[in-house]
Design a protein around this ligand. Sequence first.
Ligand code: ZN
Length: 303
Amino acid sequence: MTVVSVLLKGGHVVDPVQGLNGKLDIRIEGEHVAAIGPDLPVDASLVVPIPAGLILCPGFIDMHVHFREPGQEHKETIASGAAAAVAGGFVAAACMPNTDPVNDHVGITEEILHRASEAALAKVYPIGAASLGSRGEQMTEIGALQAAGCVGVSDDGHPIASALMMRRTLEYVSMFDMPVINHCEEPSLKGDGVAHEGYRANALGLRGIPGECESIMVERDVSLSELTGGAVHVAHMSARQSLRAVQVGKERDVRVTCEVTPHHLTLRDETVLGFEHDGSPFAPLAPDAYDTNAKVAPPLRAR
Ligand SMILES: [Zn+2]
């Protein structure tokens, strides 16, 4: 069988793992990248000139998605989520366990992987629940979940609120070398808050949630990770106080990592006010002010 060889000519290649960031050619033979380098010889069967301004990089991995299957297929299925992933350049996604039922059992993990292999698009990495039903009371069989294909555990959607539960879970996962992913919002400090605590929440009459609601749990988890040696990953970090806690942990070689969502990076709490047609934010007391699309947990923060 002849192997088809393709030369991608003149693209801007970015690959942090290989330390590549510049104008380079890529030769693909069959299904494999055979060579990356400047001015590769034009000996391929097909030459594809890459227009200026386009970037070539390895497929992205989204480590926090909610494919709502099983149970909420009207929102998203594994097939529709995997299709959206590859359409956006993502070759793999890690799906959170807060489906209905929660992915707290190997049977559900296996079903997710089965649906993913049927879809045959992005690779799907299931995250198992840390506690049964994600109720924060009783640990799941983490070893069995890993054997079935889970790559981490989380009660995402809810925090692991109990410090003892978090400690035990970190001790347990350290035997399996996978992380606990925590949705950090301290429940008593969050109360029935719905927006970032500050001027805009006040102006709309909404109960506020301070950044410390997140950061005190991040600080707790960094301490418990240091105590147990278990790896903790902070999901959708929103507050600068939390980032400081992660930095302090990293300086002490604690096994802590974190992620941020596109909306927490690009939007601020004023988005909760909603926007006029010309793109300017509503005045706080305008009759149409308040856009519930901007209600996320943790909340969008102020500048
Ligand atoms: Zn979450």
